[in-house]
Write a protein of this length. Structure first.
Length: 205
């Protein structure tokens, strides 16, 4: 059996969270290493791309969260076998990866500079959220691909939940509701999926 360690920030969100949920659903034993932001500042140079998450498998450290999602997703039954459905799943995950890229670029800003950057970010978010909402509707409205829970749903769930939290200053908490209200219904559906609910019950116990 492989020895697995996922290293990510000590938050219940972001790029690493869908991987955690997928491994939990797969019933995989893994070390959930949670790193504070100050700790990461000291260790940044020790990761292959100076970033998190990383996935260590039998002593070898790997990167790229969507590669992790696909690898774990296939083992958990959360990634489509059909090439077209896999494409739909990938499109959603890659779009959300773009969103994280735009969000992270604003983290070091303050004051009016932050406010201006977040205004531009909101315009970008509207474009991406509209796409995600349209893709969800086109797939039937319940899941993004394969007519069942996939890692695309987990990644969208984590992102939209974060946008609704109010943690991003100058980003309206109702932005998603304005642009793609079906995504709000989607996260309400995903959070009661047995595997997802079991994961959060476990980490909050």
């Amino acid at each position: 059996m492989s020895k697995i360690k996922l290293s990510y920030f000590d938050i219940n969100g972001g790029r690493g969270e869908p991987v955690r949920i997928a491994m939990s659903i797969a019933g995989m034993e893994f070390e959930d290493e949670r790193i504070s932001f100050p700790e990461f500042g000291k260790m940044r140079g020790s990761t292959p791309l100076n970033a998190l998450p990383t996935l260590e498998i039998n002593g070898e450290v790997y990167t790229q969260s969507n590669a992790m999602n696909r690898y774990i997703g296939k083992q958990a039954g959360l990634y489509p076998d059909d090439p077209w459905q896999a494409f739909l799943c990938d499109e959603v995950m890659e779009a959300i990866e773009d969103i994280y890229h735009y969000i992270v670029r604003t983290f070091a800003l303050k004051g009016e500079e932050l406010k201006a950057a977040r205004a531009v970010l909101c315009d970008t978010l509207r474009i991406y959220l509209k796409l995600l909402g349209n893709r969800l509707s086109a797939a039937g409205g319940h899941y993004f691909a394969d007519n069942k829970l996939t890692v695309a749903d987990l990644k969208a769930y984590v992102l939209v939940k974060s946008l609704l939290s109010g943690n991003l200053d100058h980003v309206p908490v109702d932005l998603c509701e304005q642009v793609a209200p079906n995504l709000i219904k989607h996260i309400a559906r995903i959070e009661v999926e047995p595997g997802v609910a079991a994961y959060y019950q476990k980490i909050t116990a």
